[in-house]
Each structure stands twice: as structure tokens, then as C-alpha cells.
Ligand binder design. Structure first.
Ligand SMILES: [Zn+2]
Length: 490
């Protein structure tokens, strides 16, 4: 079979995430096979002049939720995570397999548009995952050409069962209504996941399975252990929301008598396949546990700000040896899927935490977290860097754009200034997926119309649930306000 060879010639390339060099990139069947002195290259390769571009590896999103793409604007008002979860359940209700696929396509279109070439998607299907639903999301990413880990986000407890003392705060008749809510048995959830992974519908390369026990408090111990077994058996990544809010740690100490991470360690859930999203309220001893198991944390600075969860102790985690990635979180908790924005916040927020500049997250650190760090969380090898034998996932920035005029320190200028406005082309596995301001793998006009129609239909179907959720959310908010302030040992 003849090889598909491309020669990207004359660009200013970030080589090995270290230095910018004027080199040509030879791409063979989706892999970077050589970096050549400008002007060199085989005759039979298709030559593309990229001399007016800065070329960097595609950004890797270590934590998102595709269902959020259809949930934008769905929860009004200012609230922290727990009342948000209680108030937003209706947004994910009554969704068909088509709706799950549509949400993943919408999310993929935005990710690609904003310079992301791989994502870890914890998507939710209610009341529980189905093989068809998991496969529909995988097929959506395959069609979009995006690299993805598709992890059903699963729980065997409702928030009303997960937080001790919460139910007692409700008056009748709402108390009976929320008390009657339930999740599927965990054995059934695990059986669906096992079947979906064993019958994976797309070639097991660009889109792979993962498993996402949503929040440890929302999962029974037996279920968490079983999720870790599934991850080990299928050799897939496992991700959970870890210490996203202070409330989660307060409740963990009440419920387990230990921190969240110590509890997961006790259940033998920590491993190199494990990543915790957020990690805002992690202590030094928890960081040490994570590092000892070679486990990872995905930093989601924007949603942590939006929901008032706090600022994650990224420097402490990094110094402890924890591998770090960066994510956007969902489009209804951070209002978009911009990895450039998340990466910039990873660098700049650290400066609000310490006056000593040696404690800050450098642009180099933030870039590494947003590429090879998140790729490690996804279990991807040779993704996130422009180097020989690495995946040809690349972003092409307009070197004449205002962010780069004049150009002195390209990496600083990209991390601190780029917001996607200077992005001209996106390539994944050697194929352009974005060019001339169009996503080439999806029909964005049709997507927009289908999304509007789906939102109208779902909002009408879920009206009663929305009203119930809003009333429940107010009770959850007052419970959290009181409980969140309680002391817990570090
Ligand atoms: Zn999340």
C-alpha cells in the first residue's frame, strides 16, 4: 500500500515542546516521521507551505463532559457544585441515543475549533448507561476525527443518598420525591460497561473506552472497587471527580473517617490508570499517596472559578511528583471548551496563590500539562509533542496575527495571549479537521439547528423535573452552606 506523505514546509515549529525552530515536518500515515532542515524532504511527499505559521502540538483536554454541550445556559443563578448538580439533573434527563451523539458532536466541533485534538469525555446517560449510548458517543468522536477517551460517568447513589444528613433537611412533599429517586444497581452498570467495551464499535485507536465513577461519595465502596477492576481488566483509564469542593472532604471525614484519597487508597482504586479531576482540596499527604501510585490530577481552573470551588494547589501537587493535566470541564460549568483559556489560567492563577515567583506555574509547565500531561491521563502514548514518531496532531497559528507581532518569546506569547483567534488550521493524525474557519469533519450548520430543536424538545419534556430540581437545589444550597464550613482534620 502506498504511503500518504505530507511535507509541511517552512513553519516555525515548537520542537519537543522545548524550542521553536524553522524546520519542515514530514508526516507519514498520520505520524511525524522526520523533522528536516528547511528545504529538504522527499520528492514524492505532498508539499504544503506553512511558512506563515507557528506550529504547536494539539492541546489535550484531560477532563470534559460532552453532555454539557446541550446543557448550556440551563441552570440560572449563582451556585456551588452540589446545588448545581441537584439543580441541573433535568438537563440530562430524557435524552435519546441520538441526543447523546448530538451532544458529543457539538462538543467535538467546539473543541476542534478551539485547538483541542484529544479529549477525556465523562458523559452521562440517565438513568444509567446503555451499550447503545456509549457506542453512540464513541462513533460521534470517530466521525469528528477527534482523539477521545469515552468514559460513561456512573454512580450508584443519588446526591440525596450520597450526602448524610441532606435528606433530613427536606420538608414534605419534596422529601418523599427526592427520597424515591434511585440509581441502577451497580452490578447492572458494570455489566453494561463490560459489554460496551468488549463490543467497541470503532477501531480501538483514536477513540477508546474509559470508566468514570462520578464522585467517590456518590459510589458505594463495592462499586468503586469494581470500577477499578474493570479499568485493570480492559487496561483503560479511570477518572473520578476528586476533592472538587471542600464539602466533599468534610463529608468524606464524616463518612469514612479519612480523606477522600486515603479512602480510595484503602479500596485499592489508586493506580497509574487513575486520575482525579479538580483536586482543589487535596492535602500534602493525599498528594504523596497519589504520587506513590503514579496517579494523576486534572486541573480545571475555569470551572473551579465559575462554581467557586477554589484554586487547586497545582505547585504543591507538582512538587510532590503528581502528573498533572489540564481540562475545560463541561460547557455548562465553564461555558466553553477552550483549552487555550484553561492553559492560560493554569499559568496565571498560580500567581494569585504565591508572591514568590519560583512557586508560579511557568508557561512551559502549563503547556506541558495541557499536552503531554493530559495525554498521560488519557493513556495516550506519543501524543502531545512535535517529534519523530509522535502523532501528527498539530495546530497552525497565524504568525502575522496581533498576538505575535512582534514575535520575541513565542511560547509565552501563545500561553499568555492566544485565545483561539490566531488559530487557522487544526490537524489530527495527519489530516486537517479545521481550516478556512470551518470544521471539516462535521456539518456545523446542521448541528446548530439540531441542537436548537433538541433543546426545545427536551426542555418541554423535562419541565416538571426542572421545577422539582430547582426546589431541591435551594435546600441543597442551604445544607452545603452550613456543612461546608465544618472543620475536618488534614
Ligand atoms: Zn467534571
Amino acid at each position: 500500500m502506498s504511503k500518504h506523505r505530507l511535507l509541511l514546509s517552512g513553519g516555525l515549529v515548537l520542537v519537543k515542546n522545548e524550542t521553536f525552530e524553522r524546520v519542515s515536518i514530514l508526516v507519514t500515515d498520520g505520524i511525524i516521521t522526520a523533522l528536516l532542515a528547511d528545504g529538504d524532504g522527499p520528492e514524492d511527499a505532498k508539499r504544503i507551505d506553512v511558512s506563515d505559521r507557528l506550529i504547536i502540538p494539539g492541546l489535550v483536554n484531560g477532563h470534559t463532559h460532552s453532555h454539557g454541550a446541550l446543557g448550556r445556559g440551563g441552570v440560572a443563578g449563582d451556585m456551588t457544585l452540589e446545588p448545581f448538580l441537584a439543580g441541573s439533573a433535568w438537563l440530562n434527563a430524557s435524552r435519546s441515543t441520538h441526543d447523546l451523539r448530538l451532544a458529543a458532536e457539538l462538543s467535538a466541533a467546539e473543541l476542534i475549533r478551539k485547538g483541542c485534538t484529544s479529549c477525556f469525555d465523562l458523559f452521562i446517560e440517565l438513568p444509567g448507561p446503555t451499550v447503545e449510548g456509549i457506542h453512540a458517543v464513541a462513533e460521534a468522536y470517530q466521525g469528528a476525527g477527534l482523539r477521545a477517551v469515552v468514559a460513561p460517568m456512573i454512580a450508584d447513589k443519588t446526591i440525596y443518598q450520597a450526602l448524610p444528613g441532606l435528606l433530613e433537611q427536606f420538608d414534605q412533599p419534596l422529601r418523599d420525591i427526592v427520597a424515591a429517586l434511585s440509581m441502577p444497581d451497580w452490578q447492572d452498570i458494570i455489566a453494561v460497561c463490560n459489554e460496551a467495551f468488549a463490543t467497541w464499535p470503532v477501531p480501538d485507536g483514536r477513540v477508546r473506552p474509559g470508566i468514570g465513577p462520578t464522585i467517590p461519595l456518590h459510589c458505594s465502596d463495592a462499586f468503586l472497587t469494581s470500577c477499578a477492576d474493570v479499568a485493570a481488566q480492559h487496561e483503560i483509564p479511570l477518572q473520578t471527580h476528586l476533592a472538587e469542593t471542600r464539602l466533599q472532604q468534610v463529608i468524606a471525614h464524616q463518612k469514612y473517617g479519612t480523606s477522600l484519597t486515603a479512602h480510595l487508597d484503602h479500596l485499592q482504586v489508586l493506580s497509574p490508570k487513575f486520575s482525579g479531576a479538580h483536586g482543589v482540596w487535596l492535602s500534602q499527604s493525599e498528594a504523596d499517596l497519589l504520587a506513590a501510585h503514579d496517579a494523576c490530577i486534572c486541573h480545571n481552573p475555569l470551572s473551579n472559578l465559575r462554581l467557586g470551588s477554589g484554586i487547586a494547589p497545582v505547585r504543591m501537587l507538582m512538587n510532590s511528583g503528581v502528573t498533572l493535566g489540564v481540562g475545560t470541564d463541561a460547557s455548562n460549568t465553564s461555558d466553553g471548551q477552550s483549552m487555550f483559556e484553561a492553559m492560560r489560567l493554569a499559568a496565571t492563577l498560580s500567581r494569585a496563590q504565591a508572591s514568590d515567583s519560583e512557586e508560579w506555574i511557568s508557561t512551559r509547565d502549563a503547556f506541558a500539562m495541557s499536552t503531554t500531561g493530559s495525554a498521560r491521563i488519557m493513556g495516550l502514548k506519543n501524543v502531545g509533542m512535535i517529534a519523530e514518531s509522535w502523532a501528527a496532531d498539530m495546530l497552525f497559528l497565524d504568525a502575522g496575527y496581533c498576538h505575535y507581532t512582534p514575535l520575541r518569546t513565542p511560547l509565552d506569547q501563545i500561553v499568555f495571549a492566544e485565545n483561539g483567534a490566531g488559530l487557522r488550521e487544526v490537524m489530527i493524525a495527519g489530516e486537517y479537521v479545521f481550516a478556512n474557519d470551518r470544521v471539516l469533519t462535521l456539518d456545523e450548520q446542521s448541528l446548530a439547528k439540531r441542537a436548537a430543536d433538541a433543546a426545545t424538545r427536551l426542555d418541554e419534556t423535562n419541565t416538571q423535573t426542572r421545577l422539582m430540581n430547582a426546589a431541591a437545589s435551594a435546600v441543597v444550597q442551604s445544607f452545603c452552606r452550613a456543612t461546608c464550613a465544618l472543620p475536618y482534620p488534614n
